[in-house]
Write a protein that binds this ligand. Sequence first.
Ligand code: IMP
Ligand code: MG
Length: 175
Amino acid sequence: MGEIRTLISAEEIDAKLAEVGSAITRDYQGKDLLVVGVLKGAFMVMADLARHIDLPVEFDFMAVSSYGASTQTSGVVRILKDLDQEIADRHVLIVEDIIDSGLTLNYLMKSLRVRKPASIEIAALLVKRGIQRVPIEVKYPCFDIGPEFVIGYGLDYAGRYRNLPYVGVMEGSPD
Ligand code: IMP
Ligand code: MG
């Protein structure tokens, strides 16, 4: 198995989430906010970001699948679990682990906009710089990274490594 190099430490992540959480707290003051985590990858950032949001928010989750076990995007997005909540006239904030091609979020945004939320914005832990195949506006980006495949802090390689408390890059062959 290859070595894992730390790209973003647990401390850096927490400091950034504190900043983003304060911005969200300020921006959604007095509004009815529903924070939506995109499973499975966003489970960790959702839990940690939530602790930095000082508002009476509600949480919900969606599960989508755009990848098989490979590291290449297929462009095919399936909704595996839909929201439990209605979002009409509510302010929705989608929390994603990573925006790569942008195809997953593009599809999600389209299918959620049809339900007429009062607003819909995106918070993403990681944004791969300049490789989006569709334009995506991320209101709360945490870290810009290069095109490399990353793991940890919710992100997997073939289902593993999600529990690493930091974001890392696999050096050499993953197998
Ligand atoms: P997109 O549709 O290409 O933007 O990809 C979105 C999804 O692909 C993310 O939510 C991740 O689940 C997965 N993904 C994209 N890049 C990476 C990566 O570098 N490591 C792990 N998962 C990734
Ligand atoms: Mg994902």
